[in-house]
Write a protein that binds this ligand. Structure first.
Ligand code: PLP
Ligand code: ZN
Length: 413
C-alpha cells in the first residue's frame, strides 16, 4: 500500500526496498518497516464500518494488495473489564485483552497473517518457522488456508496438544532434539538454502507489524483513551516492541492524544533474561542456555528483540518482573475462576507479574491496566490437570446426587 515506504535498519538507519530481507547489509542489525505517516489520513470515524478483524488497520500493515491477504478472521478480540479479578488484586480499572480466542488460539495469528500474506507476494514455495509451538500452529493454519506447504521446527518438549494442532493443519513437523534456541539456529540455516519464507526470519520485519494491532484494538476498545499501563508476556521481545510501536503510531496519526503508556515485561522465572538485564540496569541481554519453566511458549533463552524490549520498558517508565512456576499455576486458576478466561502459562505469567507489581506498589488502585492474555489454556492442559480437584462420580439417580452434595469437597467448590 502507498503508505508503506521502505525497510530501515534499526541501528544505522540505512533504508532498503520492500523485499524479502531482514538484516542490514552494513551492520547486520534488524530492519523495520517505515511508513509515510503524512500520507495516512485516518479518522476515528473511518473505523466504524470496517471488518472486525486486525485488517481494519490495513494502512498500518505492510501488504501490497488487499486481495492477497491471508486471513482466518484474526483479531478484534474481546477487551473485557475484569472487575472480579481487579477487586481481588486491588485495581478498579483492570482489563483483560483476551487473545486466546483467535483462530488458532493465540496472538500469533496476528503476525502470521501478515507473514503468510508476504510469502504469497514473494511467491514462496513453502512457509517455515522455528517456534515454541504457537507460531508453528498459526503458520500451519495460514499455510493450509493459502494452499502452500509448511515446515515447522519445534523443540522436543513442546506441549502435546500444540503438536496435535499443528499436525491437523497438515504441516511437516521437525522435532529438534534441543532447546528452542537450537531449533531456531537450525531453521535459520534451512532458510538460507531454500526458497521458503520463514515467518520469524526472512520476513520478520513484516511479521512483527501484525502484533501492533494489539495496541490499536485496545485504544479503540477503550474509546480512544489509551490505558495507563499494559503487562506483556515476553519471550523474544518482539510482541512488546510491536505493542509500543502501535501506541506511538496511533499518536502520530492523532487517533489518540498521547502514547504515555507504561509497558511492563512479564517473563517466567526459569527464563527471564530480559527481566534480569533490566533489574541489573544493563542495556544488553545476556542469553540463557537452558531455560526451565512450564511457560514453554516464553522459553526463549536468547531473545532476538531483548535489547530493544528493555529500552521500550525503560523509556515508558514500565517494569520487568518474573513469576515462578507455582505463581504461574495459581494465576492461571485465579484468572479462570474470576473472569472465565482459561489461559496457557504465558497468561499465568502476565497475571502473576501484575499481582507482584501491585504488591510492590508499582501500580496504583486507579490506574487503567490492560493484561495481554495471549494463548489458550486448552493448548497446555498438562500443566494444570493435576492441580485441580477430581470430578465427582455419581449414579444416575437423585439420591446419589444428594449423598455426594453433602460431601465436604463438593460443598467447598
Ligand atoms: C502465548 C504467547 N505469548 C507471548 C509470547 C511472547 O512473544 P515474543 O516472543 O514476541 O516476546 C509468545 C511467544 O511465542 C507466545 O506464544
Ligand atoms: Zn545498519
Amino acid at each position: 500500500m502507498d503508505s508503506v515506504q521502505a525497510l530501515r535498519c534499526k541501528e544505522c538507519g540505512k533504508t532498503y526496498p520492500l523485499k524479502k530481507i531482514y538484516m542490514c547489509e552494513k551492520c547486520y542489525a534488524p530492519l523495520e518497516v517505515i511508513y509515510d505517516y503524512e500520507s495516512i489520513h485516518l479518522k476515528r470515524s473511518n473505523f466504524r464500518n470496517r471488518p472486525k478483524t486486525m485488517w481494519r488497520y490495513r494502512e498500518l500493515l505492510p501488504v501490497s494488495s488487499r486481495s492477497k491477504i491471508v486471513d482466518l478472521h484474526t483479531g478484534y478480540t474481546p477487551l473485557q473489564k475484569a472487575n472480579r479479578l481487579g477487586k481481588i488484586l486491588g485495581l478498579k480499572n483492570l482489563y483483560i485483552k483476551n487473545d486466546t480466542v483467535n483462530p488458532t488460539y493465540s496472538f500469533k495469528d496476528r503476525p502470521v497473517s501478515v507473514a503468510v500474506t508476504k510469502a504469497i507476494e514473494f511467491n514462496a514455495e513453502a512457509i517455515g518457522c522455528a517456534s515454541t509451538g504457537n507460531l508453528a500452529a498459526s503458520s500451519a493454519a495460514h499455510a493450509a488456508k493459502a494452499g502452500i506447504p509448511c515446515y515447522v521446527f519445534i523443540p522436543n518438549d513442546t506441549e502435546h496438544n500444540k503438536i496435535v494442532q499443528i499436525a491437523s493443519y497438515g504441516a511437516k513437523i521437525l522435532v529438534v532434539n534441543g532447546t528452542y534456541d537450537e531449533a531456531n539456529r537450525l531453521a535459520m540455516q534451512v532458510a538460507e538454502e531454500y526458497n521458503w519464507v520463514f515467518a520469524n526470519f526472512n520476513v520478520r520485519p513484516y511479521y512483527v507489524e501484525g502484533s501492533k494491532t494489539l495496541a490499536f484494538e485496545v485504544c479503540e476498545q477503550l474509546d480512544w483513551n489509551p490505558p495507563d499501563h499494559v503487562i506483556v508476556p515476553t519471550g523474544s521481545g518482539a510482541l512488546l516492541c510491536a505493542i509500543s510501536k502501535g501506541f506511538n503510531e496511533f499518536e502520530k496519526l492523532s487517533l489518540i492524544e498521547h502514547a504515555n503508556v507504561k509497558i511492563s515485561c512479564a517473563q517466567p522465572y526459569g527464563c527471564s533474561p530480559i527481566v534480569n538485564a533490566f533489574k541489573k540496569g544493563a542495556n544488553v541481554v545476556e542469553p540463557l542456555e537452558y531455560p526451565e519453566t512450564i511457560a514453554k511458549s516464553l522459553a526463549i533463552g536468547d531473545p532476538g528483540d531483548g535489547d530493544y524490549a528493555i529500552k521500550k520498558v525503560r523509556d515508558s517508565d514500565g517494569y520487568a518482573e518474573s513469576a515462578t512456576d507455582e505463581e504461574i499455576i495459581e494465576a492461571i486458576k485465579l484468572l479462570a475462576k474470576t473472569e472465565g478466561v482459561f489461559a496457557e502459562p504465558a497468561g499465568g505469567v502476565t497475571v502473576a507479574v501484575l499481582k507482584k507489581l501491585i504488591e510492590r506498589g508499582c501500580i496504583s488502585t486507579d490506574e487503567r491496566v490492560v493484561c495481554y492474555i495471549t494463548g489458550n489454556g486448552l493448548k497446555t492442559t498438562e500443566v494444570i490437570a493435576n492441580q485441580l480437584p477430581n470430578p465427582t462420580e455419581i449414579h444416575p439417580n437423585l439420591d446419589s446426587f444428594k449423598t455426594v452434595l453433602n460431601r465436604k469437597e463438593v460443598i467447598s467448590w
